[in-house]
Design a protein around this ligand. Structure first.
Ligand SMILES: Cc1ncc(COP(=O)(O)O)c(C=O)c1O
Length: 433
């Protein structure tokens, strides 16, 4: 039997093995691909050093964090809890960079301070955040980072563009002067400058951001020794999608950072923080066909599977398309998105939620679209690819009181093991009074 696609070398038999051991629906992750992606980003050309931070929001499972850390990645956390979760997975605070919308109060503030004293780097994202954290940073001799709102951005959809005027992440350039003055008055050193254009961004905009950000550092940040270009390295989930050419982007950044050195005599270290690129294609949702229906002669074929928007909300949220693989009960690969048979069969894959948007077949306008595939039988597997990032970590998993599904690792040593148990119904209701 052949592997499913060009990214992952997993054989259909692995999915059957996972099903037999742990049931469906479940997420299945390909460790070898995660490791390969870590190596690829660490090999990115660079001028004076490169740090790669894994954007753990993409997938925060402890085992995934441990795999990427073992293979040389640092951590980008988006909330205090993410930072704490990384520490709970055994990652040192000094490896964590925190970019968040708040400076928490009360006990959480104490926890943040404790982590900062242990080396966590705090990335100031607004003037207000700077006002709240500057006193503590100065008293403890802690340097800060600043996230700049670049004014231009890019993402796979409008809601994933974090850099234009429709989103409020980072210190906008209209606030920059006030923030710098405040920092100066308080004796704060900004040793890192950060920009993130959006998730799964356009490689060309990623490139133009390099110039923009280096210009800002040159003009305003004399203490900066590290430039972070953020995440947003585009990955291709579906055949024909454009992905970021990381060698090209690395070479471009290298050349611009070297030119910066020529002008300023300062050797900047480069950081990037990809999430999607590391895990997206390493994850599969393994579901089983429960039912087959049609909506008449002028209607559609529907395949009802036992996991929908509550395990992959990306189609519902963004109109994202994911590759489908049809695997028969005996383990034959009946169709792969990367080599579609011309059987004339089209269908719409839907989940179990009482929601007509609970479909894996939507376009960017949220229209239902039929997709070509082999016709499955009841009980066959429908495997949804490209769900390693922003699925397990970002779904309304208890909608319709479905349980949070288990996570399984297809380890690089060939074993298939559970890395998160399925939630139980009792756990779902345990905090209700
Ligand atoms: C600040 C920041 N860094 C990195 C990322 C990761 O983006 P991607 O998964 O597209 O690489 C995100 C995604 O939202 C982000 O907000």
């Amino acid at each position: 039997m052949s592997p499913l696609n060009d990214f992952s070398k997993l054989e259909p038999a692995v999915f059957l093995k996972a099903k037999e051991a742990y049931g469906t629906p479940a997420y299945l992750y390909d460790e070898a691909l995660i490791i390969q992606r870590c190596k690829a980003v660490l090999d990115m050309p660079n001028a004076y050093g490169l740090g790669v931070r894994y954007a753990m929001k993409a997938n925060s499972n402890r085992t995934i964090l441990q795999i990427v850390e073992k293979h040389g990645l640092l951590i980008d956390a988006s909330s205090l809890n993410e930072a704490k979760r990384a520490v709970m997975a055994g990652i040192a605070p000094a490896k964590i960079f925190l970019t968040t919308q708040e400076v928490p109060a009360g006990q959480e503030r104490k926890d943040l301070e404790d982590l900062m004293k242990k080396g966590l780097k705090y990335n100031v994202c607004s003037l207000r955040q700077l006002e709240l954290i500057a006193g503590f940073a100065r008293e403890n001799g802690i340097d800060l980072s600043m996230r700049i709102h670049p004014g231009i951005g890019s993402g796979e959809s409008a809601t994933r563009n974090t850099g234009d005027k429709y989103s409020c992440f980072g210190v906008h350039r209209s606030d920059l002067e006030a923030a710098l003055q405040f920092g100066k008055d308080k004796g704060i050193r900004f040793t890192e400058v950060h920009v993130h254009i959006g998730s799964g961004g356009d490689p060309e905009i990623w490139r133009s951001n390099i110039d923009l950000e280096l210009g800002i550092i040159e003009a305003h940040f004399p203490d900066c020794d590290t430039v972070s270009f953020g995440g947003g390295l585009k990955e291709a989930r579906m055949p024909g999608e454009i992905y970021a050419d990381i060698e090209y982007l690395g070479n471009y950044a290298k050349e611009r950072i070297e030119a910066f050195y020529e002008r300023n005599g300062r050797k900047l270290k480069m950081e990037i923080e990809p999430g999607t690129f590391i895990v997206a294609n390493a994850g599969y949702a393994v579901t089983e066909v429960l039912d087959k229906k049609t909506t008449g002669d002028d209607g559609f074929n529907f395949i009802v599977v036992n996991g929908g928007m509550e395990i992959n909300a990306r189609p519902t949220m963004y109109g994202s398309q994911h590759p489908f693989y049809v695997i028969s009960k005996d383990g034959s690969l009946l169709s792969t998105e990367f080599d579609l048979p011309d059987t004339g069969y089209n269908a719409i894959i839907v989940g179990r939620c009482c929601e007509s948007g609970d479909s894996q077949c939507l376009d960017s306008q949220h229209n239902i679209i039929e997709r070509k595939m082999a016709e499955p039988e009841l009980g066959d597997l429908i495997v949804i690819g490209g769900v390693g990032g922003y699925c397990s970590s970002m779904t309304p998993f208890n909608y319709n009181s479905h349980i949070q599904i288990p996570e399984i690792l297809a380890a690089s040593d060939g074993t298939v093991r559970l890395i998160r148990k399925a939630q139980t119904l009792e756990q779902m209701v345990q905090n209700e009074l």
